[in-house]
Design a protein around this ligand. Structure first.
Ligand SMILES: Nc1ncnc2c1ncn2[C@@H]1O[C@H](COP(=O)(O)OP(=O)(O)OP(=O)(O)O)[C@@H](O)[C@H]1O
Length: 311
């Protein structure tokens, strides 16, 4: 088991006596990508700001390795805030070196790494351009480079993919994965569920400031009905209700969606479908993280297996 880099324990924060986050506990381990998810206003940035010391928690503790609060070594943390923006009239290389220097990172090494990363992100030749001469996406790339230049042990990325094109998204994804493979602990907040599903190891989902889901992507999917089967064809609900392994049925005109219990074996289940069923089209897919998110965020709680209480 990898060593724990960040421990957030029972974190609580209120604004004007209104609780914003409550009893938030999770860990980020060396070499893993942990996602913090939740609908707008759920409290993701508040958690991140408390970790970064931009805000102080009312309750709970934040531990980096074994050191708490003001002992947290800031130079070992990289942070890409939700609010983008670097000094506008400063040159790209100058800002990168200045920020690395603030983290006490050696100048020569910072310059070498800056060149490598600028090339990687297609910004070769832009070293002497000022930030306001760059496009928004280019500026974001520079800010991302600034967050990783000093080789942080913990990297916190608040919505790293917002506002960047699909090609650049691939570059970001590749780089984030490679940093994790080299041991960086990564905490990432994003609204793009497909990306989270694809690249994160574990996730922590909050809703109205409280934990709703925490675990590996696999564990989370197991907690929710595993597969869904979509059938096009006019079938009576009564017929569908007799099929074993069906947890819940949704019908919309001729399309029926069957949410299946997690104990079914897909091939066996398909084989046992009644012969008299009308099937024009059929698909069997895993529930996506996107669907789980919508289920949680809209308070439906329909996808979670009946009787399960996810802890
Ligand atoms: N400084 C503040 N004063 C008062 N309320 C605040 C402050 N900062 C955040 N809030 C409130 O706390 C709640 C959580 O905000 P937060 O920015 O953490 O959400 P989020 O999950 O990051 O949302 P989004 O996905 O929209 O970025 C919101 O209701 C917000 O209005």
């Amino acid at each position: 088991m990898n060593e724990t880099v960040l421990t957030v324990e029972k974190l609580g924060k209120s604004f004007k006596h209104q609780p914003i986050i409550q009893n938030i506990s999770f860990e980020v381990k060396k070499g893993e990508i942990m996602a913090v998810l939740g609908p707008n206003g759920a409290g993701k940035s508040t958690i991140i700001r408390n970790i970064m010391g931009i805000m102080y928690p009312d309750e709970g503790s934040i531990t980096f390795h074994n050191s708490q609060k003001n002992m947290i070594p800031r130079h070992k943390i990289g942070y890409l805030p939700e609010e983008r923006g670097l000094y506008k009239n400063v040159k790209v290389m100058d800002i990168l070196l200045y920020l690395a220097d603030l983290k006490s990172y050696p100048l020569k090494k910072a310059k070498e790494r800056a060149k490598v990363y600028l090339k990687k992100f297609g910004l070769e030749g832009k070293e002497q351009s000022s930030i306001d001469e760059l496009s928004k996406g280019m500026g974001q790339k520079v800010q991302f480079i600034a967050s990783i230049l000093h080789e942080p042990e913990l990297l916190i990325l608040d919505e790293p993919f917002s506002g960047i094109d699909p090609v650049s998204q691939e570059l970001f994804k590749k780089e984030i994965r490679s940093l994790a493979n080299n041991g960086t602990a990564i905490l990432l907040s994003s609204h793009q569920m497909n990306i989270v599903e694809e690249m994160c190891d574990r996730l922590f989902m909050i809703h109205r400031g409280r934990k709703v889901v925490y675990g590996s992507i696999e564990e989370v999917k197991k907690t929710y009905a595993n597969f869904k089967c979509v059938i096009r064809g006019k079938n009576d609900r009564a017929v569908l209700e007799q099929i074993s392994g069906v947890q819940r049925i949704e019908q919309n005109e001729d399309v029926s969606t069957l949410y299946l219990t997690k104990d079914i074996q897909p091939a066996k289940w398909l084989k046992n479908l009644p012969e008299y069923m009308i099937i024009q089209e059929l698909s069997l897919d895993r529930i996506s993280l996107h669907e789980i998110f919508i289920d949680v965020a809209t308070d439906q709680n329909l996808l979670q297996e009946a009787g399960e209480n996810y802890e």
